[in-house]
Ligand binder design. Structure first.
Ligand SMILES: NC(=O)c1ccc[n+]([C@@H]2O[C@H](COP(=O)([O-])OP(=O)(O)OC[C@H]3O[C@@H](n4cnc5c(N)ncnc54)[C@H](O)[C@@H]3O)[C@@H](O)[C@H]2O)c1
Ligand SMILES: [Zn+2]
Length: 348
């Protein structure tokens, strides 16, 4: 088992535990008095795990109640948040009690939002059950719900602890692993070449415990450098400028869109910075089972979406490019660089 810590100055604010079987340590992680209330929130795919954890907690003397939210993005709605507030009212929740979210990134995002706002803030913990939540969504303190657009309402609030049980991650359907692994290899490209090497050797069948630990270490390191997201956290958006436009115009899963966005960024960097790793990047993404292009995407629609993004950002369009693996830089791309990016994914 490995423990990662997020700090605000000298103060530890959140602990991430990664290992096999670590979800059974949940009762030990709660250091409160017996009789304290615990609300376990889950999604349909995690009901069984949530029930097991609830039983463990009950056995340890906690007063536990459970609530199943709708699946995926359907959970990230203010209407659902209100339903859960009412459920917590019914359970006579107080500020000393704790909410535990068991699920993927959508579930942990909304759990964090609920915990941060109910009674002006109660404690939370997450049990991250998808690879994407484990290496990305559950870490860094961003909580959110969707209001027309994705993640348009939210607050920064860290859970006390995040549990990543590798037994749960290993049991995920292959397709799930591949999509989540896009964010993991992203952390490899921007900061840890051993992640790239591991995927090059074994594709998605590599040791995911090592990948999760390395990837979490990168994200935690970036968050610790830039706790309030004033600047350097932006490197985590590698592949996301074009990726978001692909995601919203084609409906591709986030991980696939980010993979395609990283291919585009690789070509942009070859043009703009003489980056030489573009082919290596394509090869490893392909080996992992990720797409390199989106043949169904329409160049015009992708461009229009990127232009829309640009308007929302006072500094204009921004892109993270690599000088080399492990050396990301944030740039404002000119037209030629954007063209190179899109040409790299057959959209010029
Ligand atoms: N807060 C952040 O910093 C941040 C970062 C990245 C992504 N996100 C958010 O994360 C979400 C995407 O993450 P996700 O894909 O994990 O979301 P998700 O919660 O929708 O999970 C994806 C699917 O996997 C299912 N699932 C969850 N655990 C499972 C398990 N153990 N076995 C089988 N199926 C399981 C879910 O029911 C769901 O259908 C998006 O809402 C995105 O906005 C947040
Ligand atoms: Zn992402």
């Amino acid at each position: 088992m490995r423990r990662h810590v997020i700090w605000r100055g000298d103060e530890p604010v959140s602990t991430i535990l990664v290992g096999r079987g670590v979800s059974s340590m949940l009762p030990e992680l709660l250091t409160r008095r017996a009789g304290q209330r615990v609300a376990v929130l889950c999604q349909p795919s995690t009901v069984r795990l949530a029930e097991r954890l609830a039983n463990d907690l009950q056995g340890a003397g906690y007063e536990v109640s459970g609530y199943t939210l709708p699946d995926g993005e359907e959970a990230k709605q203010l209407g659902v948040v209100e339903d859960v507030y009412r459920f917590l009212n019914g359970a006579r929740f107080t500020r000393d009690d704790i909410v535990i979210g068991v699920g993927g990134g959508a579930l942990t995002d909304v759990t964090g939002f609920i915990a941060a706002t109910y009674l002006r803030g109660v404690s939370a913990m997450y049990v991250a059950t998808t690879l994407l939540a484990a290496v990305d969504a559950a870490i860094g303190g961003k909580t959110a719900v969707n209001v027309d657009g994705k993640n348009l309402a939210g607050v920064f609030s860290h859970p006390e602890a995040v549990i990543v049980d590798i037994d749960t991650i290993d049991a995920l359907p292959r397709r799930h692993k591949i999509i989540g692994a896009a964010e993991a290899v992203k952390t490899g490209f921007i900061a840890d070449t051993q992640i790239i090497e591991a995927f090059e050797a074994d594709g998605i069948d590599t040791d995911l415990e090592d990948i999760v630990n390395r990837s979490v270490a990168v994200k935690v390191g970036v968050v610790n450098e830039d706790f309030t997201e004033r600047g350097s956290r932006a490197i985590l958006n590698y592949g996301h400028t074009v990726g978001h436009a692909i995601e919203s115009t084609t409906g591709r899963p986030h991980g696939e869109a980010v993979a395609i966005g990283m291919v585009a960024a690789g070509h942009a960097a070859a043009h703009h910075l003489d980056f030489t790793g573009s082919t290596r990047q394509r090869d490893v993404l392909a080996k992992m089972g990720l797409p390199l292009t989106a043949p169904e995407a329409e160049a015009e629609a992708v461009r229009a979406m990127m232009a829309l993004d640009k308007k929302r950002d006072s500094g204009g369009l921004r892109m993270v490019l690599l000088e080399e693996f492990g050396s990301p830089v944030l740039i404002h791309p000119n037209d030629a660089t954007v063209r190179a990016a899109l040409a790299g994914i057959d959209l010029a």
